[in-house]
Ligand binder design. Structure first.
Ligand SMILES: [Zn+2]
Length: 143
């Protein structure tokens, strides 16, 4: 029997390509995010705040029952320093069991763009009271 082994040696430079400086001289940063805006996540925001942390909550306003009826609470969460991010308006997915307007396999690119823009418009209007604030987007269903 013959054994053949390959050894790959890579030389890594000791010099970093770049360095980061965290706010207030901190040594690291931690990102905690939640998708969809479930009721339990409003409780998580409170727990995070009590522990001195802030999180990011990606809302899809019309995808479920926990966002629009609780707009005021989500606005309060934003005002407490948590990030409210866009997760599209209806949370479309590659799922043939979803209605046509939420099934990515049937949607046009314009409809997908409208999803992002509608979610963005809702957040700016109802969470940020019409002001533009820095925030991020998280695509739904790993698309
Ligand atoms: Zn989601």
């Amino acid at each position: 029997m013959c054994c053949l082994a390959f050894i790959l040696v890579a030389q890594v430079t000791a010099q970093p390509c770049f360095s980061l400086t965290w706010k207030d001289g901190k040594r690291a940063a931690l990102s905690i995010s939640y998708d969809d805006g479930f009721a339990s996540q409003r409780s998580a925001a409170s727990v995070l705040k009590t522990a001195g942390f802030r999180g990011t909550f990606y809302l899809a306003p019309t995808a479920g029952p926990d966002v629009i009826p609780h707009t005021q609470e989500w606005r309060q969460i934003s005002e407490e320093g948590h990030e409210i991010g866009n997760h599209s308006m209806r949370h479309p997915c590659n799922d043939n069991n979803l209605p046509e307007r939420r099934n990515l396999r049937l949607m046009t690119w314009q409809q997908v763009a409208d999803e992002v823009n509608d979610g963005e418009g809702w957040i700016v209007k109802y969470i940020f009271n019409g002001e533009l604030k820095d925030h991020t987007y998280a695509y739904p269903c790993s698309i």
